[in-house]
Design a protein around this ligand. Structure first.
Ligand SMILES: *[C@@H]1O[C@H](CO)[C@@H](O)[C@H](O)[C@H]1NC(C)=O
Length: 396
């Protein structure tokens, strides 16, 4: 084949673009199976054509799961880690934890077959912490930080280098707001929920649920050099935030985020800089909500989606005002809505039953059209739903 100069130019442009957005021949969705008999990541192929899911593939983390206890003294049938962001993807890397082994696992994602995960070294101890349940990664800092919410509760960070592997960064940072007497922890109250970097990677945020009576905690650690500063920590306890669950920043905006609260719905918060203080700008009380725990921001669809573990319907908020824009009708007979993620034109929702829903977001901006369910994938063939947590997408 003879290539015209124009074709060559396009080819060269494509190759140089690869450094920013890696070339890929597929898309995949991942969740963690927090199974005490062996923790694993389940990957599902995402159709390039219509966003639907197929072909589950399981990869073991090398550690074991552990089921958090509820007030009854027994684990629940879902949300067994009380958290968001237990699986995250950045570039060609996937990060997750094994709550029963107190380890972080890092995998390389195959760009040609993203359901294939290759461990980057052995699982690494989460700094002596117990019951890791959420992980954050900053590409800019090459830094992964893990939230632990057992008896030894706190944050452990790791430098991640594609050549030298995963090594501890700084000391374990205790979180005194979490007060657990034994492992596994009892929740959801009094447990850590979510750990995230702000969009510019200048600070790390951790949400901790209150004890059921008093407000929860938001810890903000400034980034100094390529590490988080434990000394510089700022603790905010806005009175509106009771059972602080997920925190999701609004795209590239360091100052605005949503914090879900299963006590009533969600709150929009504002982060001040350089003080790192967090205050509530709008409390969103969702009528008849059961347990609003997870959240997703979509810049493309100008929406904040919040997910209720007791309801398959998804409440959608206007990012500017916090008003309800619309409610997406979820599937019936599949339980409530758990960890979720938006990718391309689609929204993926882990259900309370063994399944994942796919909603098409196309047309949901401006025209008052509500996203539609396009697939309700049945996954009971994979075994017990109890340990399933987290949702992440490659490429993201
Ligand atoms: C979900 O929304 C539909 C449509 O408004 C409604 O009929 C249904 O009762 C809702 N489900 C729940 C559990 O609230």
């Amino acid at each position: 084949m003879k290539l015209s100069p124009a074709t060559l130019l396009l080819t060269v442009t494509g190759v140089s673009g690869a450094a920013i957005s890696p070339r890929h021949d597929g898309k995949a969705l991942y969740f963690l199976d927090n199974n005490p008999a062996g923790a694993s990541v389940v990957a599902l192929q995402i159709s390039e054509k219509d966003g639907t899911l197929s072909n589950p593939v399981r990869t073991f983390t090398g550690g074991v799961g552990l089921l958090g206890l509820t007030g009854t003294g027994a684990p629940g049938m879902s949300d067994t880690t009380f958290s968001q962001d237990i699986v995250v993807v950045s570039g060609n890397q996937l990060f997750t934890v094994s709550p029963g082994s107190n380890t972080l696992s890092v995998f390389a994602i195959s760009p040609t077959n993203p359901s294939t995960l290759t461990p980057v070294g052995a699982p690494i101890s989460t700094g002596g912490g117990d019951f890791p349940n959420s992980v954050a990664f900053s590409h800019a800092l090459h830094l992964a930080c893990v939230l632990n919410t057992g008896v030894k509760a706190g944050v452990a960070c790791f430098h991640v280098d594609t050549r030298t592997g995963v090594t501890p960064s700084g000391d374990f940072v205790p979180l005194p707001g979490i007060n657990q007497a034994s492992n596994p922890p009892t929740g959801p109250p009094n447990t850590g929920s979510d750990i995230v970097f702000n969009p510019s990677s200048t600070a790390l945020f951790v949400t901790v649920k209150g004890d059921g009576t008093n407000p929860g905690y938001i810890y903000a650690f400034p980034v100094v050099g390529d590490k988080i500063s434990a000394k510089g920590v700022v603790v905010s306890r806005p009175p509106e935030l009771l059972i602080d669950f997920s925190i999701s920043f609004f795209g590239r905006d360091d100052t605005r985020a949503v914090v879900t609260d299963p006590a009533y719905g969600a709150s929009f918060v504002e982060v001040s800089y350089p003080s790192l203080e967090v205050k509530v700008t709008k409390q969103v009380v969702v009528a008849n909500q059961g347990a609003t725990c997870w959240s997703v921001f979509s810049e493309r669809f100008n929406a904040v989606f919040i997910f209720d573990g007791g309801n398959p319907n998804v409440t959608t908020l206007d990012p500017a005002t916090g008003d309800v824009k619309y409610t997406i009708v979820g599937p019936t007979g599949k339980g409530g809505s758990f960890d979720s993620i938006a990718s391309g034109k689609y929204l993926y929702v882990l259900q309370g039953a063994a399944g994942i829903s796919v909603f098409s977001l196309e047309g949901s901006v401006g025209a008052h059209k509500v996203p539609k369910l396009v697939q309700s994938l049945e996954l009971s063939g994979l075994g017990s739903r109890q340990g399933w947590m987290g949702l992440a997408v490659y490429p993201n």
